[in-house]
Design a protein around this ligand. Structure first.
Ligand SMILES: C[S@@+](CC[C@H](N)C(=O)[O-])C[C@H]1O[C@@H](n2cnc3c(N)ncnc32)[C@H](O)[C@@H]1O
Length: 509
């Protein structure tokens, strides 16, 4: 029998309006472990670890992790049995032996679950009653291994004071409606009415409504329902959350969006003031400055001693890659100015060759130790490590701990990622790649991922596609326009698309 708390978002609401979820890269053990490693802790390698996800819904986050890390063990719990049924079907269809999903309340987690190196609780904490919130942190205290990292996300203030205005109006407008589907229709209607007709002397109010209306127009009904129409949604200030973490006998470690902790993201005057503030106050004031709405906090045991003066040598042991491909802005011998969506950086000899290597292997991640293996001069090594750390802080590079590998060069019979293939064959437009990022695919890309299962060549997939097109069962299109390619053209399309998909980390090594 599962326990039900007195004030509760019951499992009924999730059985009626399921929450499909998604892959959240910031909750992946390779990401959590990377942050712990940077801060001088000793996280368990994601390649051999135990992971627990609380409120795992249909497994969209947990299951691709389990596929990518076959030697690790994954446990997911959720009290909505319909969601767990879907998760179980995926586990069975994929034949996974390393993941267990259970219909269970968070309140019922006990010692029998054992300890975990990583505990994930994403999109749950703010939406449950106080006793469940307390239990979530208690699970951290009791079920997290000594070096373990827990990731808990929640809605936060001051940002939610603004978003909460919309929620309160929607709740008032729909309070007498029983059907969730009708509630959503009415809530969307109210938003449109407010956006079209609001009149206020306060310009900020009109802007707020417009921005929220735009955001909600792009959101699906399950998000709108569970975020704005559910009974419980308790945002809290960062400092309040940290106090609860402390009371549970745990320690706040870092933000999952690690770069948000860096004061240099503000102007010089603010950065100077923030830098002089203790860590927790600095983070709180940065939320005030950003009007932050959502946080994903990493937590560890109080016995852990993180070092926040990150030493660039801590990058050794991690993998590094570019967040987006680099472009050369100017090149004079070995002095090169590089640019990507995150900013500019100038390199000179010998850093330039390291950047070139990263650029050539994009989007693959390289072990930092291997990247520097030819560099024997200690001063040069240190300069390179410093540059990589600065690039990471600026968002140019991504760092990760022991990630799953993927293929950039396709062999004769390429094998698409097992999980993405499973999603594509279920007709999903969005698939999760081997870097745990969701990608939206065109129909012909889906077809290629579905059929490149390691048993066919690209030409054989093109022949299959040709057959489907000839029978009128499939249409190849580009930018919304239907094409009628012959077999040779389809072979070219398959080659080009497969190459592009390999760059989305969608093929196994
Ligand atoms: C908003 S959804 C988030 C799902 C997923 N973690 C994500 O972020 O996409 C909240 C999930 O927590 C589950 N949940 C809420 N209260 C729970 C409880 N007491 N025990 C177990 N699961 C719970 C719900 O069924 C739902 O799947």
């Amino acid at each position: 029998m599962s326990t039900v708390s007195p004030v509760q978002t019951s499992s009924d609401s999730y059985n009626e309006v399921p929450y499909p979820g998604a892959a959240f890269r910031n909750t992946h053990p390779c990401h959590l472990g990377m942050i712990a490693h940077l801060l001088n802790l000793h996280p368990t390698t994601p390649q051999r670890c135990r992971v627990l996800e609380l409120g795992c819904s249909m497994g969209a986050n947990l299951i691709p992790m389990a596929v990518g890390l076959p030697n690790s063990e994954f446990v997911g719990v959720d009290f909505a049995e319909k969601q767990i049924e879907v998760a179980q079907k995926s586990v069975d269809a994929l034949g996974l032996q390393n993941v267990r999903v259970e219909t269970k309340s968070i309140l019922d987690i006990d010692d029998s679950f054992g300890t975990f190196d990583y505990i994930i609780c994403h999109g749950v904490y703010s939406w449950v009653a106080p006793d469940v919130q307390e239990k979530i942190l208690q699970i951290g205290a009791e079920n997290l291994s000594e070096n373990g990292i827990m990731c808990v996300s929640y809605n936060t203030y001051p940002g939610w004071h603004f978003r909460g205005v919309v929620r309160e109006m929607m709740r008032y407008h729909t309070e007498n409606i029983a059907s969730p589907a009708q509630k959503v229709i009415q809530a969307r209607g109210l938003m449109k009415f407010l956006e079209d007709h609001s009149r206020s002397k306060l310009e900020a109010y009109t802007t707020l409504l417009k921005e929220e209306a735009e955001m909600l127009a792009k959101s699906d009904n399950s998000y709108l329902y569970h975020e704005h129409l559910e009974e419980v949604n308790e945002p809290l200030y960062f400092h309040q959350f940290v106090k609860r973490v402390d009371q549970a006998g745990l320690r706040y470690l870092a933000d999952a969006a690690f770069q948000t902790m860096i004061a240099q993201q503000f102007d010089d005057e603010a950065a100077e003031i923030l830098r002089n503030a203790p860590l927790l106050r600095r983070e709180q004031y940065m939320d005030f400055l950003r009007n932050r709405m959502f946080r994903s906090s990493l937590i560890c045991h109080q016995s852990q001693s993180p070092n926040y003066n990150v030493d660039a040598t801590n990058l050794l042991g991690l993998h590094v890659g570019l967040r987006n491909q680099l472009r050369t802005v100017s090149e004079q011998g070995e002095t090169v100015v590089w640019e990507n969506a995150s900013g500019r950086m100038t390199t000179e000899f010998p850093l330039t060759s390291i950047f070139r290597r990263l650029s050539n292997s994009f989007p693959r991640l390289t072990r930092v130790d291997d990247l520097l293996s030819d560099t024997t001069d200690n001063r040069v090594r240190q300069t390179a490590l410093d540059a990589l750390l600065i690039g990471f802080v600026r968002g140019m590079f991504t760092l990760t701990l022991d990630p799953p590998d993927f293929a950039l060069e396709l062999n004769e019979k390429p094998k698409s990622s097992t999980y993405a293939r499973f999603q594509a064959s279920s007709g999903a437009a969005k698939v999760t790649n081997l870097m745990h990022i969701d990608c939206v695919l065109q129909p012909q890309q889906r077809f290629i991922i579905e059929h490149l299962d390691g048993s066919r060549t690209l030409d054989e997939v093109a022949e299959l596609l040709h057959e489907e097109c000839s029978n009128g069962r499939f249409k190849v299109s580009r930018e919304g326009e239907d094409l009628a390619p012959d077999l040779e053209e389809l072979k070219d399309i398959c080659k080009t698309e497969a190459k592009r998909l390999a760059h989305f980390a969608l093929f196994e090594e």
